[in-house]
Design a binder for this molecule. Structure first.
Ligand code: 5GP
Length: 193
């Protein structure tokens, strides 16, 4: 997605060779026009898949998630992150190791919002090792629903998440793929269109 690549080049801050900061348009301040375009692009990529729910994780997945859900005309559900909790019978719970915080969180979704027969599109802001996406996929599967695909705003293709998710049989569509953050610079996996 050309608009997003340009935004990453103009405003992305390379914090290390592993971490990109995009707090001016995605992770703190949010660019609503860009979010709307992301929603349209995910909808185009997953066209014809009869998606019934979009699932993301708080907080940075919510904006691209809601725009996609709006385009698709379906509800958005965001998984909540909690440090630890006593198991309750009305929620799905999965453990997810956080790449940015380097700690394990439990993510939860109320059972009443995903059902068997649902066709779920998972959306997240970044893909690194795939922990968040796998956790969300496990929740969909606990519900007896189907993961139709995983839509990622920024995939760091030099980390293994994308490959692991594809090997596990999931369809992964990323709006931009970053090949490297070495030497303080962003290089894209696919050349600029
Ligand atoms: P994963 O679960 O795939 O290992 O990491 C993805 C999650 O970690 C995303 O939900 C995102 O919040 C966070 N994350 C991973 N890498 C980055 C990064 O380079 N920059 C930012 N801002 N967040 C990241």
């Amino acid at each position: 997605m050309q608009l997003l690549k340009q935004k990453v080049l103009d405003e992305g801050i390379v914090l290390s060779n592993q971490v990109l900061k995009v707090d001016s348009f995605l992770n703190h301040q949010m660019d609503p026009v860009l979010m709307k375009e992301m929603g349209k692009e995910f909808t185009r990529l997953f066209d014809g898949q009869n998606i019934t729910r979009v699932l993301t994780i708080e907080s940075s997945g919510i904006a691209p998630g809601i725009m996609t859900a709006l385009e698709l005309g379906v509800p958005l559900i965001f998984a909540r992150k909690q440090k630890s909790l006593t198991l309750r019978h009305d929620i799905f719970v999965e453990k997810v190791f956080s790449f940015t915080k380097q700690e394990t969180n439990e993510i939860t979704v109320a059972k009443k919002f995903i059902h068997s027969g649902d066709r779920v599109l998972i959306i997240d802001d970044f893909l690194a090792n795939g922990e968040a996406a796998f956790g969300l996929a496990r929740i969909v599967e606990q519900a007896g629903a189907e993961v139709i695909g995983i839509g990622i705003v920024i995939e760091k293709a030099f980390q293994p998440g994308g490959r692991l998710l594809k090997e596990a049989g999931y369809r992964v569509e990323s709006l931009v793929r970053i090949a490297s953050l070495d030497d303080g610079a962003v290089s894209f996996a696919d050349p600029l269109e």
